[in-house]
Design a protein around this ligand. Structure first.
Ligand code: ATP
Length: 599
């Protein structure tokens, strides 16, 4: 299949601003794709060469080296490329422009000879060689290979190859658009996207799912089960701050776990090997050799998928340490000294697959029982501390006990008939109850940075505030919610400038909705955790517009930056549904406070 077709579709996709058009056009591209290469096309659209969980190397070519390859391919000097890049801001655009100029002067163009013969396989294979090449001279060889690709490509192809290598494809397509387009192209009905999504939730590899769909049809997709070695998209919790509401939501009885403050780990064993995947489904096994060893010793089964929280532990007192401690551990280069300096413990809380059997379809208590059946608990691995509660007093008592012992709160888990493991979904089967923050919102929000504003006064000349958006999964768009201007330390501001440089774009991204016009638009790529005083109705932001009042949205009062959340992807941002729920809850609290005052 010619890469030219892909580049032309990318060009058309980039100019589209409606989600429906994106889906239709993408499904057209799928219909033109050779069946055996559908997985490659999907990974390329996702901006990858393979799914993250394989733990394979990334492309790893910095901007400077790409510029060197462009220089070698076009004969245009590095300084001229730099100059143009400063004016245009997008290396992909610059390459297309320069390549166009050079090609128009070439002899083959003059003679009408079509040099352009790049296929998807050639591009994919060369990029794979670039990514996997190691050793002393690998950097030079990588530049050489990229130079060859640029030389052989048309200006439009070069634009997307360079953007891909930079990690900024910018065609504006998320997983749910890909799934809708797959359903449309290969089954004729977009409704089937639900079936595809279920399979994707259980096996987080869209390329493989597409291959199954193309080869064996939608019935085969219905039968997809989890498989050790391929991560499951994690089940997520809703949040409430009122224990009585929680008890009502879970129909009076629930399993309640300590909520540990660490890193979520999905642990797989397959053919004698143990793998750990992060919440973002990246392979983090090499960061936790100690956890791999602990699990190998204490989990008595050969074929499983289980889940737990990896928590930093004080080596002296054995008390739990906060999440930040794990981040210190990650920053250390030498993993062996990191393991010694920052010991961890694993608190297991779920089991999704055991001995060839899919446990995601079983109830919460059956899963917990099976987990208890295979774990020999010791000082390094235990099962989450839990009780079954059937009233508010019991829930509150356990909650305070959890806080006293250094947990963040509790996770309340439904034990009803249908308390299945809902992969990839945030639902009321799990509800988090965290420490109460007086005068503040009950929880922090994870918002996507979609634009930035220049500072004034002391912060003049640099970007000092960020337009932040929540994710609307129904429309697959990011809706601006607030402008975050405080909470940034000097280091955070320096980091902010770097991220803006990396993700800036000429115009608003098609999946972003905003009423404000920032000084610079950003690719919706990075998440920030923020805390605010409260949610309020707002005319300035489109988030949750028309839900409470016509043409009025919601916003956050006094939003404060807490930290970057690189462990989450844009679609993991706090959703508009969660924000609506939080706003409803805060209104209920105000009502009950004023009725208490009245009595
Ligand atoms: P989320 O994962 O819901 O998007 P988050 O990453 O901001 O949110 P929190 O809101 O603090 O984290 O809580 C959810 C996380 O709590 C889970 O992803 C999991 O890592 C962690 N956790 C700790 N203890 C448990 C437990 N017993 N059961 C389930 N999750 C737990």
């Amino acid at each position: 299949m010619d890469f030219k077709i892909v580049a032309e579709y990318f060009d058309r996709l980039e100019k589209i601003s409606s989600r429906i058009q994106l889906t239709n056009l993408l499904s057209e591209l799928f219909l033109k794709t050779d069946k055996q290469h559908v997985d490659k096309i999907i990974y390329i659209i996702q901006g990858k060469l393979w799914p993250d969980f394989l733990g394979m190397p990334e492309l790893g070519i910095g901007e400077r080296f790409i510029i060197k390859a462009v220089e070698a391919a076009t004969g245009i000097s590095e300084s001229s490329i730099d100059k143009r890049l400063n004016e245009v801001g997008d290396l992909g655009e610059v390459v297309a422009e320069l390549k166009g100029k050079v090609d128009s002067k070439s002899l083959s163009t003059f003679l009408g000879i079509n040099q352009n013969s790049l296929t998807v396989e050639m591009v994919y294979d060369t990029l794979t060689r670039i990514a996997t090449m190691t050793g002393e001279r690998s950097r030079d060889l990588k530049i050489k290979l990229l130079t060859g690709l640029i030389k052989q490509s048309s200006p439009l192809e070069a634009k997307y190859i360079v953007r891909f290598v930079e990690g900024k494809l910018r065609v504006g397509i998320g997983d749910s658009t890909i799934i809708d387009a797959m359903a449309l192209a290969y089954t004729g009905e977009q409704q089937n996207s639900e079936i595809i999504e279920r399979a994707y939730n259980l096996r987080a590899d869209l390329g493989t799912i597409a291959k199954i769909l193309v080869k064996d049809g939608i019935e085969a997709i219905k039968n997809v089960k989890p498989e050790p070695g391929i991560p499951i998209r994690p089940m997520l919790a809703e949040r409430l701050s009122e224990p009585s509401e929680i008890i009502t939501k879970v129909n009076g009885r629930a399993l309640v776990d300590y909520k540990y403050d660490g890193e979520r780990g999905q642990i797989h064993r397959r053919e004698g090997k143990t793998f750990i995947y992060s919440r973002r489904l990246e392979n983090i096994s090499s960061q936790y050799p100690d956890v791999v060893e602990y699990i190998n010793k204490s989990v008595k089964a050969n074929n499983f998928i289980i889940e737990g929280e990896i928590v930093a532990i004080d080596p002296e007192s054995q008390e739990m340490r906060p999440f930040q401690e794990l981040m210190h551990r990650k920053r250390k280069n030498d993993i062996h000294s990191a393991v010694k300096e920052y010991p961890v413990k694993v608190f297991l809380f779920d089991l999704m697959f055991l001995n060839d059997e899919d446990y995601t379809v079983k109830g919460q208590l059956e899963r917990r029982k099976a987990l208890e059946g295979i774990v020999e608990q010791n000082e390094n691995v235990t099962i989450a501390n839990s009780v079954i509660v059937s009233n508010v007093t019991e829930l509150e008592r356990f909650f305070y006990q959890a806080i006293n012992e250094g947990a963040e709160g509790v996770m309340v888990k439904s034990i009803s008939e249908d308390s299945k493991y809902q992969a990839g979904a945030r639902g009321w089967q799990w509800i988090k109850l965290k420490r109460d923050y007086r005068n503040e919102m009950a929880d922090t929000l994870d918002l996507v940075a979609v634009g930035a504003f220049y500072g004034r006064g002391k912060r003049g000349g640099i970007y000092s505030s960020v337009l932040a958006a929540a994710y609307n999964p129904h429309k697959d768009v990011f809706e601006a919610l607030c402008k975050v201007a405080s909470g940034f330390s000097e280091d955070d501001l320096a980091e902010l400038q770097k991220r803006i440089l990396q993700w800036r774009r000429e115009n608003k991204h098609p999946r972003v909705e905003s009423k404000l016009e920032p000084d610079i638009w950003l690719e919706p790529a990075v998440l920030m955790e923020i805390r605010g005083a409260e949610l309020t109705l707002s005319l300035n932001h489109p988030c949750c517009s028309d839900v409470f009042k016509k043409d009025v949205g919601l916003s956050v009062r006094f939003p404060r930056f807490i930290r970057w959340r690189d462990d989450k992807s844009p679609e993991d941002a706090t959703t508009t549904d969660e924000i609506i729920e939080m706003y409803n809850n805060s209104r209920m609290e105000i009502k009950s406070e004023s009725s208490e005052e009245a009595t």
